[in-house]
Design a protein around this ligand. Structure first.
Ligand code: 5AD
Ligand code: SF4
Length: 506
C-alpha cells in the first residue's frame, strides 16, 4: 500500500558541505567535488529513498545542489502508481536532456539517472525511450549507487533492476549527525518494503517486490541515531507497514505494535507515526497500542479504496465494507479522537453508479480528517487493466469531483472543530513569513504560529484560533500576547492528480 508523506520532504542539505563541527561551509561547491540533485516523485518511501541516496553519494564526494543547471548528476526518483505520475518523468527527462545539452556546450558533463518505480518497471525500455539517460536503477539497489555512477562516468549506460539477495540497508551509510540535524526534527524510517497483497489495480507488488521487514535491531539503531541528532518525530514507512514482522534480537518475529513499543522507549523521541496500513493487517494489538501509547499520534491512514463489497472483491482487497466499519469502530473505541485518512479509487472497472454511491456514503459516515481520491488508471501488467467494463473518463471525472467535494467538506469540518482547542504542535519548519514557524498537530494538520526560530524542534501547546481547508493558525498558549489573528490559514490547494503533500490535500 502506498500513501502520502505527512509533510513536504524536508529540505535536504549539502551532506558534504559541512565542516566536522557541523556548520555549513560558505563555499557553494567544494573544489574537486561534484554536485547532484534529486527530484522526488510519488510516495514517502521515495522521499526516504532519496534521503538515503544523498547519504550514499556523500562519501563519494558528491554535494547536493538546489539548482538543476548546476548539477553534474541529476536523479529522478520516480513513481509508477498511475499513468499520469509515470508520464511526468518523460516530460521532465526531455527538459533535463535540453539542459544537459546546454551544459555540454559550456564543457560540463551531466549524468542523468532514473531511480524508483518507473526505473524498476521499465528498465531497458526506459533507456530506449530516453537515450539521454545514463543510469536506470531500481529501489533495491540504492546502496550500489556510488558504483553505478562510477560505471556511468566511464561511459557505460547502466541498467540495474535486480532484486539482490543482500540487505541494502546494511550496506548504506547512515547520514552524519549534522546532516540529520539539518534535515529537521521529523524523519522517515523505512521498516518494511514490498507488498504481497496483489490488489488488482496496483503495480507495487511488481515494482517493489514481495514483503520484506527490516530486523528490529537495525531499525532501533537507525531510530536512536535520528533521535540523537535531534529528531523528535519518526514516521515508520512501509508499503504495507502494519504487515511488519521483522526479527527481534532472539530471532522471533516482532509485530508493528511490538516495534512501536521498542521505539517508544527511546528517550527524547516524542512522537511516532506509521504509514501506510492495510485494513487486513490491522490487528488487535496495534489497535490497542493507539489507546495505550502516548507517543503514538492519533492519526491513521487506512486506505479502503471503495465502499462497495463487489468492487472490494474485484480489487482483491480481502475484506468487505462491514469489516472496515468494524475496524474504525474499534480504533475509535481505543482512541476516541483518532483522525482517520484513506485513499479511494473511483471508476474501477465495472463500478456502477450505485457502487460509487456506496463509497460516497462511506466517506460521509466515517468523517475522515482527510482523504485522497483518484480516478482509476489502468496499469500495464495488472489484472484490472485486462478487465472489461472500463468506466468512461467523463464518468470517472464526475465521480471524482463528487467524492472530493465530500472529502473536502469532511476535512473542513474536522479542521473547524479544532478552533478553540489547544493542540500540541511540533514546530518543525520556518513559516511562510518572518517571525512565523510551521508545525504539525497530533492529527497531522499543518499549523502556523508566530514563534521565534529558537522554538524549532520543540512541541508547544498552541491555542487554535482559525482553520482553513489545508491548515490551522494559532498562538502559543503560554504567550497569550502573541496575536495569531494575523496568521492566515492556507487556501485550498488542488487535489486528485497526485498524492504528495505538495500536490494533494494535506
Ligand atoms: N489507479 C488509480 N489509483 C491507484 N492507486 C494505486 N493504484 C492505482 C491505479 N491503478 C491509488 C490507491 C493507493 C494509492 C497510493 O494510489 O488508492 O492506495
Ligand atoms: Fe497497497 Fe494493494 Fe498496492 Fe499492496 S497491492 S501496495 S496493498 S494498493
Amino acid at each position: 500500500m502506498w500513501g502520502r508523506p505527512p509533510k513536504a520532504p524536508p529540505p535536504r542539505n549539502r551532506a558534504d558541505a559541512e565542516t566536522e563541527s557541523g556548520r555549513p561551509r560558505k563555499d557553494k561547491v567544494l573544489t574537486g567535488h561534484k554536485t547532484f540533485l534529486i527530484k522526488t516523485y510519488g510516495c514517502q518511501m521515495n522521499v526516504y529513498d532519496s534521503t538515503r541516496m544523498s547519504d550514499v553519494l556523500a562519501p563519494h564526494g558528491y554535494v547536493e545542489t538546489g539548482d538543476v543547471e548546476d548539477a553534474d548528476l541529476v536523479i529522478l526518483n520516480t513513481c509508477h502508481i498511475r499513468e499520469k505520475a509515470a508520464e511526468k518523468v518523460y516530460s521532465e527527462l526531455g527538459r533535463i536532456r535540453d539542459m544537459a545539452g546546454a551544459r555540454a556546450s559550456a564543457g560540463r558533463d551531466t549524468l542523468i539517472a532514473v531511480a524508483g518505480c518507473v526505473a524498476q518497471a521499465e528498465g531497458e525500455e526506459l533507456m530506449r525511450r530516453a537515450p539521454a539517460v545514463n543510469i536506470v536503477f531500481g529501489p533495491q539497489v540504492t546502496h550500489r549507487l556510488g558504483a553505478l555512477v562510477a560505471r556511468a562516468q566511464n561511459g557505460e549506460r547502466v541498467v540495474e533492476t535486480e532484486f539482490p539477495a543482500e540487505d541494502k540497508f546494511k550496506h548504506m551509510p547512515l547520514a552524519r549527525r549534522a546532516t540529520i540535524a539539518a534535515r529537521g526534527p521529523t524523519a522517515f524510517l523505512t521498516v518494511q518494503e514490498g507488498c504481497d497483497k496483489f490488489c488488482t489495480f496496483c503495480v507495487v507488488p511488481y515494482t517493489r517486490g514481495t514483503e520484506v521487514s527490516r530486523p528490529v535491531n537495525e531499525i532501533l539503531a537507525e531510530g536512536r541515531r535520528l533521535v540523537d541528532a535531534g529528531v523528535r518525530e519518526i514516521t515508520l514507512l512501509g508499503q504495507n507497514v502494519n504487515a511488519y514482522h521483522g526479527q527481534d534480537g532472539r530471532g522471533r518475529a516482532c509485530s508493528l505494535a511490538g516495534l512501536l513499543g521498542r521505539l517508544g522507549e527511546i528517550g527524547g523521541l516524542e512522537r511516532l507515526r506509521y504509514t501506510t496500513s492495510h485494513p487486513r493487517d490491522m490487528d488487535d494489538e496495534l489497535i490497542a497500542a493507539h489507546g495505550e501509547m502516548e507517543k503514538l499520534m492519533p492519526y491513521l491512514h487506512l486506505p479502503v479504496q471503495s465502499g462497495a463489497d463487489r468492487i472490494l472483491a474485484r480489487m482483491n482487497r480481502g475484506h468487505d465494507a462491514a469489516r472496515y466499519f468494524d475496524l474504525v469502530a474499534a480504533l475509535r473505541a481505543a482512541r476516541p479522537d483518532i483522525a482517520l485518512s484513506s485513499d479511494f479509487i473511483v471508476g474501477f472497472p465495472g463500478e456502477t453508479q450505485a457502487e460509487f454511491e456506496a463509497t460516497a456514503a462511506m466517506v460521509e459516515r466515517i468523517g475522515y480528517a482527510q482523504a485522497y481520491s483518484f480516478k482509476y488508471s489502468p496499469r500495464p501488467g495488472t489484472p484490472a487493466a485486462e478487465l472489461g467494463e472500463q468506466v468512461p473518463e467523463e464518468v470517472k471525472a464526475e465521480r471524482l469531483a463528487h467524492l472530493q467535494a465530500l472529502i473536502h467538506k469532511g476535512q473542513d469540518d474536522f479542521n473547524a472543530a479544532c478552533v478553540g482547542r489547544t493542540l500540541a504542535v511540533l514546530l518543525d519548519r520556518k513559516g511562510r513569513e518572518a517571525g512565523q514557524l510551521g508545525g504539525r498537530s497530533p492529527y497531522l494538520q499543518a499549523v502556523h504560529v508566530r514563534a521565534p526560530e529558537a522554538l524549532t524542534g520543540t512541541i508547544q501547546q498552541v491555542q487554535i484560533r482559525a482553520a482553513g481547508p489545508n491548515s490551522l493558525a494559532g498562538e502559543i498558549a503560554s504567550h497569550p500576547d502573541r496575536r495569531a489573528d494575523k496568521e492566515r490559514p492556507e487556501p485550498r490547494k488542488g487535489d486528485g492528480g497526485g498524492y504528495r503533500r505538495e500536490d494533494a490535500r494535506p
